[in-house]
Design a protein around this ligand. Structure first.
Ligand SMILES: Nc1ncnc2c1ncn2[C@@H]1O[C@H](COP(=O)(O)OP(=O)(O)OP(=O)(O)O)[C@@H](O)[C@H]1O
Length: 245
């Protein structure tokens, strides 16, 4: 398995308080990793460092491709633009400036690519709808299509379903799993262990800035999750790293 994202010895402190204390994590092509952990355990900081939104104090982050794309809980679409225009925005960084200034100037090839991305998330039929008129789940799928339009091989999603109802959440997590099935490397911070168990190939648990669980869902015991979320005082029993790391 190819490691598309490789994190080694990641450390980060805020105002002298350690938040990450040496995180090692690989995410491979074709893999959907769910990152679980209590509030404040450092999950978002790992993803934000991986995508370059935070600067680590120490450690290395290696990407096989040239970038990772990020999907957030706050979806950040331009509500008054169509779904298609929003997806095109994922490609703005690689357009010449004069082509990027307004949607009417976007090249036809980009529109076609954005359409294909919308099709991958099951929303080709909503391409012309204003983003602000779509449901929350549809908006998150548009944001995922926008990430696909960045042509990244790694998609990192930070609580992508925390604001969605259970049915939309299921759909979005299932979509992330299917994109991994197409060969992308996908990691998502989730606060829903049941969704992680149903859809992820691997669960990684963070506790006080360290990875303390790492394995396929059947290897993760309920008691391990209890410890992760602070229902028990002992540290979780570590699970062996999945193959290929
Ligand atoms: N930019 C920042 N400045 C100061 N402190 C920060 C910053 N970003 C994160 N922190 C702190 O670092 C700790 C870990 O934050 P992080 O967002 O990574 O945790 P998390 O596991 O994603 O939590 P949650 O589940 O609540 O989103 C928290 O105590 C948070 O307040």
């Amino acid at each position: 398995m190819t490691s598309e994202l490789s994190i080694r010895g990641l450390r980060k402190s805020f105002a002298g308080r350690p938040v990450l204390s040496g995180v090692d994590l690989d995410v491979h092509a074709g893999e959907f990793v769910a990152v679980l952990g209590a509030n404040g355990s450092g999950k978002s900081t790992v993803l934000r460092c991986a995508v370059g939104l935070q600067t680590p104090d120490a450690g290395t982050i290696s990407l096989a491709g040239d970038r990772a794309a990020m999907v957030f809980q706050q979806i950040h679409l331009v509500r008054r633009r169509t779904a298609l225009d929003n997806v095109c925005a994922g490609a703005l960084g690689r357009l010449p400036l004069h082509r990027s200034l307004a949607p009417a100037l976007f090249p036809a090839a980009l529109r076609a690519e954005a359409m294909a991305c919308l099709d991958r998330v099951g929303l080709a039929g909503q391409a012309g709808d204003l983003a602000g008129k779509l449901s929350g789940g549809q908006q998150q799928r548009v944001a995922i299509a926008r990430a696909l339009c960045q042509r990244a091989k790694v998609i990192l999603a930070d609580e992508p379903v925390s604001a969605l109802d259970p049915s939309a959440a299921e759909q979005v997590v299932s979509l992330l799993a299917s994109l991994a099935g197409e060969g992308l490397a996908v990691a998502a911070v989730l606060h829903q262990p049941d969704l992680a168990r149903r859809h992820a190939g691997r669960i990684v648990g963070l506790h006080e800035g360290r990875i303390v669980l790492d394995g396929p869902p059947p290897a993760i015991r309920e008691s391990d999750l209890d410890v992760l979320y602070g229902h028990e005082s002992r540290t979780p029993h570590p699970v062996a790293q999945s193959s290929g790391a």
